[in-house]
Design a protein around this ligand. Structure first.
Ligand code: IVH
Length: 696
């Protein structure tokens, strides 16, 4: 993005976020989901990172909680109560570790992770073991003295007890305990039931309720609202008394203070990430609300050494679970023709994580839907997942619409994107459908040679399937002897084949029932098909009939990705790196691999024993060798390693599969991938061995 564009975008983002905050915090109402607002804040902080000169002191990213309220005594914190940088996916966790590794090269890192509770931060001060003061976070330097209210929280001990006699130092002098004040889910529900029965307005969410309660000036009211405290930090004047986060948690519990038992330390990044994922659903059963994990360096001396940038420490991050909603920008709207000939508009956008997976497109269903939601190219949209699986555009954030947004005129776009096809829209339907008497073809090259005209009994579905299968079986693609136009028609119209993969399941008996087949010809066709269960990858990709993917593009894709699985996961930006692939082709590929029907088809191929094989046509010492890298490398980034592997003729994969030659175990790699590799006969090597293979 250019500087001027970033400036405009940042200014708009700030306006929308501030609007949201005002409604949420002041008017106690919500104009957008918290997840969508978080998503916008994330975009803002990334833009500010890229253009630091555009950071202004009033940016929402520069804020730590609220200002202290009047009515409570202001208290200066012994050390700042910082906030954390939010990250939303594994990649950002890896980048965080890489940044630290650059700052302290060669230092062994240990991580400590605890569930991130959704409440109100509070510091408890104990003098000689006696609870003396509770302070809210305030502006991170100065908070409010809320001692009287916090004293009503039953699970906070008013005196620390040295349970095993080894912690007497913590009961002397000043001990500060920091943690989160939360309201449990069932307490929140009960309070709201009660409000409802009294015809009082319900509380919006437990965090606001907890925060509001602690700031009540009447402590009797506070006592009526059940709150809990859960600690995450322990401070002493001499920091060496608390060497690690793990030690802090053990000590807190021993002193009689509740701290989460799920908190854990990790030697390997892979294991940490696995742990975080393992809680993404389990956390629903916890009594309190959580929205992610806090990950800190376990070594507290190192944590301090790394210091603070702005308002957040370098040594910790908050991993926020992918929310059910996120915001992104519509880059284009492409029209895809489905199995039934229906023309469906698909929004293609910047990849964004929604409910745990990266999403880069969503069906817009039909022209009416686009008009109803007024979705334009260039718009910022809120994405959610319907039924937790299928990404949908919820709405457009109109305030963020750029001046040059492009309205989408369905009919003229159909003509532009498919100049060779004709469509019709039955009055009663919202959908445009392919007209089959148009004598037109959507598959490349070979299919165009077809000369048959179709009797009207042929359905659009069959018409498309016939074109698709002819193309799949053609010389340039899978090259199946005896599966030309006539036989394709016969198989499709007699319903022996309902999709491309079905040809691998046809039996001789089925063929013999058709007029054109005799014993020998049936056997020949079955054999010809069976012989093509391991087609070259590029022929298979070409055969799928992905729009804009001709024979050469298929070769380029096969050479670049080396497997269907890697290609399946490619993003638009990654695809554009491949020689000869531009935006339009990249979008078409991404749209194809995100269509549920297509993914099902690929699964079916695989269940029928069809496995395309990749034989590198490139030369080099690594021809035929495939690599997966787990953990992080010391001498080069993953991308650099992948690039080198490819230049030497090898292939780079993202996951260990049957054909993987080597699994490279980087630093902090977990054991699970290695176990899988060994089970599949993949050789497990270390970074040094990789460097040897790369001739470094
Ligand atoms: S550790 C340097 N651990 O999240 C700050 N914080 O976004 C270290 N929070 O201010 C904080 N659960 O109020 C930590 N298990 C946890 C937490 C947690 C919730 C809050 C806390 C913090 C904010 C940071």
């Amino acid at each position: 993005m250019k500087h001027a564009e970033a400036e405009e975008r940042i200014s708009k983002l700030k306006t929308v976020i501030n609007e949201y905050r005002y409604h949420y915090h002041v008017l106690d109402e919500s104009i957008m989901s918290e997840a969508a607002a978080d998503s916008l804040k994330h975009e803002l902080s990334q833009l500010e990172e890229q253009f630091p000169d555009l950071i202004t002191p009033d940016s929402p990213t520069q804020r730590v909680a609220g200002k202290p309220l009047d009515g409570f005594q202001k208290v200066e914190h012994s050390s700042r109560m910082l906030s954390l940088q939010d990250v939303f996916d594994e990649g950002e966790v890896v980048s965080w570790v890489e940044r630290i590794e650059k700052l302290v090269p060669g230092r062994k890192l240990q991580y400590f992770a605890d569930l991130k509770m959704d409440g109100l931060a509070c510091a408890l001060v104990y003098i000689d073991g006696v609870f003396t003061q509770a302070i809210t976070r305030g502006d991170s330097f100065v908070g409010e003295d809320v001692t009287t209210n916090v004293k009503t929280i039953e699970n906070i001990p008013l005196r620390l007890f040295d349970t095993d006699g080894k912690l007497s130092n913590f009961c002397k002098g000043r001990t500060e305990v920091r943690g989160e004040i939360v309201m449990y889910k069932d307490d929140f529900a009960r309070l709201n039931d009660d409000r409802r029965s009294k015809n009082l307005p319900e509380f919006a969410n437990p965090r606001n309720l907890a925060a509001g309660t602690i700031r009540q000036l009447d402590p009797r009211l506070v006592a009526e609202r059940p709150l809990k405290f859960r600690a995450y930090d322990l401070l002493r004047e001499d920091p060496t008394e608390v060497p690690t986060q793990e030690f802090a948690y053990e000590t807190l519990r021993a002193l009689g203070i509740s701290a989460n038992s799920q908190a854990k330390s990790f030697d390997h990044l892979d294991e940490l990430i696995e742990y975080i994922h393992s809680w993404s659903e389990k956390r629903e059963a916890l009594p309190y609300f959580t929205d992610g994990f806090v990950v800190k360096l376990n070594d507290r001396a190192l944590f301090s050494e790394l210091g603070v940038v702005g308002k957040t420490p370098r040594g910790a991050i908050a991993f926020k679970y992918a929310a059910e909603e996120a915001t992104t920008i519509v880059k284009d709207i492409v029209i895809s023709i489905g199995r039934t000939g229906a023309a469906t508009p698909v929004a293609v956008f910047d990849p964004v994580v929604v409910a745990g997976t990266t999403v880069q497109h969503a069906s817009l269903h039909n022209a009416d839907e686009i008009a109803r939601k007024d979705i334009r190219v260039g718009d910022t949209v809120v994405i959610y997942k319907a039924g937790d699986i299928i990404p949908q555009v919820e709405r457009v954030i109109l305030e963020l619409r750029p001046k040059d947004s492009r309205q989408f005129d369905f009919e003229s776009e159909l003509k532009r994107q498919y100049p060779e096809l004709e469509f019709e829209k039955p009055q009663s339907e919202a959908v445009y459908r392919l007209k089959i008497n148009s004598n037109s073809f959507i598959y490349p090259e070979s299919a165009k040679q077809s000369t048959t005209t179709y009797p009207p009994i042929v359905t659009v579905t069959n018409f498309l399937l016939e074109r698709g299968l002819e193309h799949f079986a053609s010389r340039g693609a899978i090259d199946i002897d005896g599966l030309g136009e006539k036989n394709v028609q016969l198989l499709v119209r007699n319903q022996l084949v309902k999709d491309l993969a079905d040809i691998y399941q046809i039996t001789k008996e089925q063929l013999l029932k058709l007029e054109r087949f005799a014993d020998l010809s049936a056997e020949n066709l079955i054999n010809a098909i069976a012989q093509k269960k391991n087609p070259p990858l590029e022929k298979f990709i070409f055969g799928l009939g992905i729009r804009h993917v001709g024979a050469q593009t298929a070769i380029d894709l096969a050479n670049h990705y080396g497997s269907l699985d890697s290609l399946k996961q490619a993003t638009i930006d990654e695809l554009k790196v491949v020689d000869g692939i531009g935006e339009v082709v990249a979008e078409s590929i991404v749209a194809w691999f995100s269509d549920e029907d297509n993914l099902e088809l690929l699964n079916k191929f695989s269940n029928c024993g069809v496995t395309p094989v990749y034989e590198s046509k490139q030369s080099g010492p690594l021809v035929g060798k495939s690599f997966v890298i787990t953990g992080s490398l010391e001498k080069m980034s993953r991308d650099m390693a992948a690039e080198k592997i490819r230049t030497l003729g090898g292939t780079f994969q993202t996951a260990v599969g049957k054909g993987t030659t080597y699994l490279v175990m980087g630093a902090k790699a977990g054991a699970s991938k290695a176990d899988k590799a060994r089970a599949l006969g993949t050789e497990v090597i270390d970074e040094k061995a990789l460097l040897d293979l790369l001739g470094e």
